[in-house]
Design a binder for this molecule. Structure first.
Ligand code: CO
Length: 201
């Protein structure tokens, strides 16, 4: 299994299916991308952005990392946000977390996981900011709430970037949303963390 031929076979079948449904699907997409949404989600293989909201290629600009974090100094994430806002002019930025997030669970474990513990420190910070709400809850309830609080925290982080601040100052219509996905039933929930201006942060 040196060249993963089965994946190329699947690709050919998929491309043919797309062309059958819409003969100019690829020629239209090849002209440009014009996505209305930037999705910031978890790398978890069970939380694929486009499929969850049932949108085709071209509709969602995507950034994913472990536990859907927006770290103030993460040039990768910041570059994605800047390109999405300044060049693609997306109208909505969606931070989507999910229940049962392995990153959130690992962050709360006592044992060591190696390099990734440095990344997960950001989740420990979210825990620390909200300890009064989280302490005393049963384990599962605590982790579920931490998944939600983490989304809210990352929404705030998106809003506080120089990119969003500048865009809003220049009058851009841009809304940041906080959602959470349930792996066990495939359903998205809006956390009502919607922000459309600096005053709402
Ligand atoms: Co996750």
């Amino acid at each position: 299994m040196k060249n993963l031929k089965h994946l190329f076979d699947r690709n050919l079948a998929w491309a043919a299916e797309c062309r059958q449904e819409n003969p100019d699907f690829f020629s239209r997409l090849s002209q440009q991308q014009d996505p209305e949404y930037l999705w910031i989600g978890c790398s978890d293989s069970r939380v694929p952005a486009n499929q969850i909201v049932n949108l085709p290629p071209g509709a969602v600009f995507v950034h994913r990392n472990i536990a859907n974090l927006v770290v103030h100094t993460d040039l990768n994430c910041l570059s994605v946000i800047q390109f999405a806002v300044d060049v693609l002019k997306v109208k909505h930025i969606i931070v989507c977390g999910h229940y049962g997030c392995g990153g959130i669970e690992a962050a709360m474990e006592k044992r060591e996981h190696g390099l990734i513990d440095n990344w997960l420190r950001h989740i420990r910070d979210v825990y620390r900011f909200n300890a009064d709400q989280l302490d005393g809850l049963a384990q599962e309830e605590m982790l579920n709430l931490l998944c939600e609080l983490n989304v809210r925290e990352q929404v705030t982080n998106v809003c506080n970037t120089t990119i969003l601040q500048k865009a809003w100052k220049e009058g851009a219509e841009l809304t940041v949303h906080g959602w959470i996905y349930n792996i066990s039933d495939g359903i998205l929930k809006d956390l009502d963390a919607c922000i459309s201006s600096p005053q709402e942060i």
